[in-house]
Structure formats: structure tokens, C-alpha cells
Ligand binder design. Structure first.
Ligand code: CUA
Length: 180
């Protein structure tokens, strides 16, 4: 084989690898777009900051404002603090088949939450608010564990999401609902 022929062979081999890699990249991109469009699996996208040192003193994440609240327009918002090594509150109530906004923040270290059997899954980073919009279809008590190693008590850190049928979801006069 002369020099030019072996050069051509090398070029062809390199091109084959380039096509293969290109095809793999397209498959991965396609999977990401498919998950986003048809399964609504997206990275968290809101950027909201707050001071982790004073979040318990004033503002949205004071103790009295935690848990599920329905505003006068019927919008359901649930606020929760993730902390070493517990969720506050430990149990939340949400209605099934209705848009719910979950808002989390952390005063100490990074935690991660997921609600089993749903697409709710986010990191909770001190200094930020993590927000998830979702509609719960499954009813009953769903487990919400911390899935980011946050210290010695990580494996004991879990909460309950109680999904009740819409007709059993009855906010009090102050718009609040809790596990009672
Ligand atoms: Cu919180 Cu692991």
C-alpha cells in the first residue's frame, strides 16, 4: 500500500468515528428534548435569592408561613425548609389533580428532595429558593426523602407528602391546610 492509500484509510476511519460520535450526541440531545417536551422533566429554572441566616426571622419562610397555603385566587403554594436533618414541616397536604407550587429553601447545607413516584426532584441550596410546579396524580402518603448527602443524619431525613382527593382538600379560614 502506498503512502496516499494509507492516508485515505486513516481519514475514512476517523470519519467513521466522527459520524458515530455525532450520532450518539444527537441521540442524547433527542432524549433531553423528548424528556422536556413530553414528560415535563426540566432542570429547575428560577433564580431567587434569600439570606439563609435570617430566613426564620422575617419574610416568606418564617415558621407561621410554612406548609400549604391557598390564596384567594385558589393558587396552592407549599413552603418547606430543609435542614440538618429534618423537613419543616414534617408532613404537608396537597390536593390531587390540581396545580401545586412547592417552594424550598435551606438555612444550612445543600439538600436534595424528591417525591417518590412523581417527577418532583430538585436540589435545595442555601441562599436560594428552589421552586417546582407540579400536579400530583397519585393519591395517598408519598415519601419525600433527602437525596443529597448532608451529614450524619442524612438517612433519617424524610418527610411525607399527603395527596388528598380535591373534594377532601379543605383549607381553613386562613387558607392553610396541614396534616393535623
Ligand atoms: Cu438532607 Cu441529606
Amino acid at each position: 500500500m502506498d503512502h496516499a492509500a494509507s492516508e485515505r484509510k486513516i481519514l475514512q476511519a476517523e470519519l467513521r468515528w466522527a459520524y458515530l460520535v455525532g450520532a450518539i450526541v444527537l441521540v442524547i440531545l433527542g432524549a433531553i428534548v423528548f424528556a422536556a417536551v413530553s414528560m415535563h422533566i426540566n432542570p429547575p429554572s428560577n433564580r431567587e435569592y434569600l439570606d439563609p441566616k435570617s430566613l426564620h426571622l422575617s419574610g416568606e419562610f418564617t415558621e407561621a408561613n410554612l406548609g400549604t397555603h391557598v390564596d384567594r385566587y385558589g393558587q396552592v403554594t407549599t413552603r418547606m425548609i430543609t435542614t440538618q436533618f429534618a423537613f419543616v414541616p414534617q408532613c404537608i397536604v396537597v390536593p390531587a389533580d390540581r396545580q401545586v407550587t412547592l417552594r424550598f429553601t435551606s438555612p444550612d447545607v445543600i439538600h436534595g428532595i424528591l417525591v417518590t413516584g412523581t417527577n418532583v426532584n430538585t436540589m435545595v441550596i442555601p441562599g436560594h429558593v428552589s421552586q417546582v410546579h407540579t400536579v400530583f396524580r397519585k393519591r395517598g402518603d408519598l415519601l419525600m426523602p433527602c437525596h443529597e448527602y448532608c451529614g450524619m443524619g442524612h438517612s433519617q431525613m424524610l418527610a411525607t407528602v399527603r395527596v388528598v382527593p380535591p373534594e377532601q382538600f379543605k383549607p381553613g379560614p386562613d387558607g392553610r391546610v396541614d396534616c393535623g
